[in-house]
Design a protein. Structure first.
Length: 408
């Protein structure tokens, strides 16, 4: 039922198909069962490798029995579709690729957003801000919008990174422009439904997390200056939390439970839990706790059974914190990276070494069960978030996606 609420019009057989970034309810927790609880020496079996994606950090999504992702080839952005055996089905261009204004970040170019599958169509935001919609089976483009041009947005410092959110006939995306910082479009034709211009700051790099609380459905996001929640129906700003780090880069999606909102950021900021208190038609965020621990960069944070799991800066490693108190349960001071969850286990991908670790999702201790090295797909960080679907583990690294059999 939760899947139907969040990702629309999908039958139960598609529950494992992970149609959008961080899964159907945006918690980054797979419902897969029957998975290995320990990997053989050298890691699980590599089923196949998808190549030819070019530059990028897009993860994978699924629909119509296909695997979707995005990448940059030369100066062009592309969206790709493969069958479940890794065979190419189609590729379609999505405008001229984004080029960074910072010379030191020149190796960080390429796609960021993960395509969103919905009801026979695929929606993808390029790193340059071109939002395009494709027929999922054929790759034929249905409509497209140049978001920076239409909503008067300056060039982003690090490229558009949001994976768009769809609910019903509506699509939600953040152009970060003067004519619309956050907008709602008709998913069928791209026509504007509402635009919010009340959110302060420059671009943020999170993707939407949506939750019901206090009689409203809150759609969350970030800017360079704050995290916020808007009424998903009207776009009205319901609350905001001023949260600006040393670089003005808010990258990590919120984690929410029962009106408690966990916000985490790197660059000297840390983590904060706020509790929303309703005041008329608005909400007042009250601080429950603040901590410098688990200052997450962009690898994500997962909530499981009342505990938070994620990495901090590279010198602080991996953390488990009590969600309601911020108390540190354990800290493994090795590396940092991205995370996903399935069947009581956490999958940790080190951003520099490409080591994939399997640990128990337990507050008792950091218990390493297995680990293996993901091969290299190019000269860049392992920043794409791993995905578990159909008893397989999918790991993108630059030009390649490595697909492993993790079923019993």
């Amino acid at each position: 039922m939760l899947f139907l609420l969040q990702c629309n019009n999908a039958d139960s057989q598609k529950l494992t198909n992970w149609p959008c970034f961080h899964g159907p309810d945006r918690t980054n927790k797979s419902i897969e069962t029957g998975l290995l609880k320990k990997w053989p020496a050298g890691g699980p079996k590599l089923l196949f490798t998808i190549s030819g994606l070019g530059e990028g950090y897009s993860s994978v999504s699924f629909g119509e029995g296909m695997i979707f992702t995005a990448g940059k080839l030369k100066d062009q952005s592309y969206v790709f579709a493969f069958d479940l055996n890794g065979k190419p089905v189609w590729s379609s261009p999505n405008g001229k690729a984004w080029a960074t204004t910072a010379s030191w970040a020149s190796s960080y170019t390429g796609s960021r957003s993960t395509p969103t599958y919905d009801n026979g169509r695929l929606y993808c935001l390029s790193e340059a801000g071109r939002l395009a919609v494709y027929d999922a089976k054929t790759g034929n483009e249905i409509w497209a919008k140049d978001l920076p041009k239409e909503f008067d947005a300056p060039q982003t410092e690090y490229g558009y990174a949001e994976s768009v959110y769809i609910e019903g006939n509506r699509l939600y995306v953040r152009p970060s422009g003067k004519k619309g910082f956050l907008v709602c479009l008709n998913k069928d034709d791209g026509k504007l439904i509402w635009a919010n211009t009340d959110i302060p700051g420059g671009e943020g790099y999170t993707s939407a997390v949506v939750f019901d609380f206090g009689g409203f459905k809150h759609l969350t996001g970030s800017s360079s200056d704050c995290y916020f929640g808007v009424d998903i129906v009207t776009g009205k700003l319901l609350w905001k939390v001023d949260f600006k780090n040393q670089q003005g880069l808010n990258l990590t999606d919120v984690v929410v439970k029962d009106g408690d909102v966990l916000i985490s950021s790197d660059y000297g900021k840390g983590s904060i839990l706020v509790r929303l208190k309703k005041s008329g038609s608005a909400f007042i965020p009250e601080t429950v706790w603040e901590s410098k621990l688990m200052d997450n960069h962009h690898g994500g944070v997962i909530l499981h059974n009342g505990y938070l799991y994620g990495s901090g800066t590279s010198s602080r490693g991996w953390f488990c914190l009590d969600f309601l108190t911020g108390k540190q349960m354990w800290n493994q001071t090795r590396g940092k990276g991205s995370i996903t969850y399935a069947e009581g286990m956490l999958y940790l991908l080190d951003e520099r070494s490409g080591v994939m670790s399997l640990i128990k999702a337990s507050p008792e201790k950091y218990e390493l069960i297995s680990e293996f090295n993901i091969p290299s797909g190019g000269q860049s960080m392992y920043w794409a978030h791993p995905v578990i679907s159909g008893k397989r583990l999918y790991v993108r690294h630059w030009d390649k996606v490595f697909v492993y059999d993790i079923g019993l």
